[in-house]
Design a protein around this ligand. Structure first.
Ligand code: FMN
Length: 227
C-alpha cells in the first residue's frame, strides 16, 4: 500500500504531509493511529526535536517495512541535525527522496510558516519514479545527543493562566498522558500540542534564558532536497 504518514504537534508537518497526499493521491495517515506494517511507497513527514528524530517516529520506523521511503523532516530554522542520515543508517536503507524543510518554530509566536510548495515538486516526481539514493551526513553539534529531552525540559515550561475553563482538551490531545487540567507532569516532552489545542489560549510557554538566547540566533531558510 501507499501512504503519507505524519507526526505533527503544531500543524507544520501536517500541512506538508497534506500537500504530498494531495499531489500523490495517497491516503494521509496520522502516525498515532493504527498504521500498516508494510508500505510499497511511503512518504513520512515529521518534525526535528532537539536535533533528533522524535521517539514516536523511531518506534514507527523500527516496526515498519518499506520498499520506497521518502523522509521529510520539518525544522524550526535553527538546526535540522542529521535525522535523515540517521534514518538511513539505523532504520530504512530504501530511501528514494528526502528533505529538510524550514517551518514555523513551535516556540516562536510570530514565525513564518513554510509556503514555497513549488520547491517540493521534484520530490513528488521522484516518489512516482523511485530509485534509491544515499543521504549525505550533515554537521550535527555533538552536544545535540547529550540529554536532549532534559535540555528541552529545562528550556521551557508550560504555564496555565486564568483563562483556563477546565475543559481538559489539553489532556485529550496529549499523546503521553502528560497534562491534566492544564498542569503538566514528568511525561511532558514539550511538544506543545496542548498549547496549540487550547481553545482559550490559556496555556503559555515560558522560555528559560539559554533557550531564549539560542532562539535569537541567525535562522536558516534553507530547504535541502535529496532526490
Ligand atoms: C521539543 C521541540 C524541539 C525542537 N527542536 C528543534 C531543533 O532542534 N531545531 C529546529 O530547527 N527546530 C526545532 N523545533 C521546532 C520544530 O522542529 C518545528 O517547529 C516543526 O516544524 C514543528 O512541527 P509540527 O508543527 O508538525 O509539530 C523543536 C520543537 C519542539 C517542540
Amino acid at each position: 500500500m501507499n501512504a503519507v504518514v505524519f507526526y505533527s504537534n503544531t500543524g507544520q508537518s501536517k500541512a506538508i504531509a497534506t500537500y504530498f497526499a494531495n499531489q500523490l493521491g495517497y491516503p494521509l495517515v496520522d502516525i498515532e493511529t493504527k498504521c500498516a506494517e508494510h508500505y510499497r511507497n511511503l512518504v513520512l513527514v515529521f518534525p526535528v526535536h532537539c536535533q533528533n528524530i522524535p521517539d514516536i517516529v523511531k518506534h514507527f520506523l523500527k516496526n515498519v517495512s518499506v520498499e520506497n521511503l521518502t523522509a521529510i523532516a520539518t525544522y524550526g530554522k535553527m538546526c535540522c541535525g542529521n535525522v535523515l542520515y540517521e534514518i538511513q543508517k539505523n532504520y530504512q536503507k530504501n530511501i528514494v527522496a528526502g528533505a529538510y524543510i524550514p517551518t514555523k518554530h513551535s516556540c516562536i509566536d510570530n514565525d513564518d510558516v513554510f509556503c514555497d510548495f513549488d520547491k517540493l515538486k521534484h520530490i513528488v516526481e521522484k516518489v512516482k519514479e523511485p530509485s534509491y539514493i544515499q543521504i549525505p551526513k550533515l554537521y550535527k553539534n555533538p552536544l545535540a545527543d547529550v540529554f536532549p529531552k532534559l535540555r528541552s525540559k529545562l528550556g521551557l515550561t508550560i504555564q496555565k493562566n486564568a483563562d483556563c475553563s477546565g475543559c481538559n482538551l489539553c489532556a485529550e490531545r496529549c499523546s503521553f498522558g502528560a497534562i491534566k487540567s492544564g498542569k503538566t507532569n514528568s511525561n511532558c516532552i514539550r511538544c506543545l500540542r496542548c498549547v496549540e489545542a487550547c481553545p482559550h489560549q490559556a496555556l503559555k510557554i515560558k522560555l528559560g534564558l539559554p533557550l531564549k538566547v539560542y532562539l535569537r540566533k541567525k535562522k536558516t531558510q534553507e530547504v535541502i532536497i535529496y532526490t
